[in-house]
Design a protein around this ligand. Structure first.
Ligand code: N4P
Length: 350
């Protein structure tokens, strides 16, 4: 349809985010499913800046209206949807595992402890693009990694740990050793205190991942976890450092990549970086990760872009869980990086 094509072209021009007729279709389908901006971003699975721009362009053409804090399709919008055969989203996600494919039943004891411990966690701060996943989610990652045989008797490292993966891993009692590198002293201190109190033996150190790794962690681990900021550079640095900590071939890494701040064109570049490092993507689980809303939303770039000003209430920021494995010829990335690793045209929560 000509109009979808036009809107996509104009939206891409205004945002520098790759846009397709399919992107416009998905935003319309999302508006048919919800009137809430954050839910529309969530459902459409397009980068926030692009969703905001497409909504404004639909509004300019009287296909969408902004009524108070609601976003609604007009009669003309509904007509277009019907002509273009666009329908609201259907969901068939498993309600038991929420589509993750794993449940945390067998980790219940550790999980209950974790729930209490994390009540005292430091709040997410803007400076380091923090935003942590739900406690259940942290444990679902443990369950996933254990299901793949990546924890028992293994040395595990966490690169950046506002999700408190290290505490969950150590509480599970599965890994032989847990190390974390984290830039935020508040988190390192918190994790150390918990580790002392519960005798968890976590090796927690302050480290800026823009800098090369401390020498003793290079080539010393079986499994890594990280959850990088969403620029290609940041993903290359965090995952590259993770790979540099691995001992050998057939070791595993876990990290999230979102659709909220990364277009599929960016995803393609990310996947190329992974393949070029000698990694194979063994698992990719859509919306596995769900991030608790953070307090600094009014300071993030995305807030300026929203067509209606309404605080997010429900979880809207999710990411796909990646599991990668090293094969012959793998090579990490441990060079220093300079410059901004947080922002690009598609980022919105930084
Ligand atoms: C960002 C979450 N800016 C939300 C707030 N990001 C990392 C947080 C670490 N738990 C990116 C998530 C996907 N890579």
């Amino acid at each position: 349809m000509e109009i979808l094509e036009q809107i996509a072209r104009e939206a891409e021009e205004n945002t520098q985010v790759p846009a397709y007729p399919r992107s416009v279709e998905k935003v319309i389908a999302a508006v048919m499913s919800s009137s809430d901006f954050w839910k529309i971003v969530d459902l459409s699975d397009e980068p926030l800046p692009l969703v905001a721009e497409i909504l404004k362009l639909l509004n300019k053409r009287d296909l969408v209206v902004f009524e108070g804090d609601q976003i609604l399709l007009t009669e003309a919008g509904a007509e277009l949807a019907s002509k273009a055969k666009i329908e609201p989203f259907a969901s068939h996600v498993c309600p038991r595992c929420k589509g993750r494919g794993v449940v945390i039943d067998d980790l219940k004891e550790a999980y209950e402890k974790f729930l209490k411990i994390q009540e005292e966690r430091p709040p997410a701060i803007h400076q380091f693009d923090q935003g942590y996943v739900t406690p259940e989610n942290t444990f679902a990652r443990v369950a996933l990694a254990d299901s793949r045989g990546d924890l028992r008797g293994k040395k595990v490292i966490v690169l950046g740990d506002d999700d408190l993966m290290s505490i969950a891993l150590a509480l599970s009692g599965l890994p032989e050793k847990v190390t974390i590198l984290e830039i935020d002293e508040r988190l390192v201190n918190f994790i150390k205190e918990v580790s002392d109190k519960y005798n968890l033996g976590i090796d927690a150190r302050v480290h800026d991942l823009r800098q090369p790794l401390p020498e003793d962690v290079v080539g010393a681990y079986d499994t890594f976890f990280t959850d990088p900021p969403e620029t290609v550079e940041a993903i290359k640095a965090f995952v590259g450092r993770g790979v540099a900590t691995l001992k050998a071939e057939r070791c595993a890494g876990y990290f999230g990549v979102t659709r909220r701040e990364s277009s599929l064109d960016k995803w393609r570049r990310i996947q190329k970086v992974l393949l070029d490092m000698g990694l194979v993507i063994t698992d990719l689980i859509h919306n596995f990760n769900e991030y608790v809303n953070w307090d600094y939303y009014e300071e993030m770039r995305g807030w300026q872009l929203t067509p209606v000003k309404k605080a997010p209430e429900d979880i809207w920021y999710r990411s796909t869980q990646f599991r990668v494995e090293t094969v012959r010829g793998f090579k990490g990335f441990n060079e220093p990086i300079v410059g901004d690793i947080y922002n690009d045209a598609e980022s919105s929560t930084t």
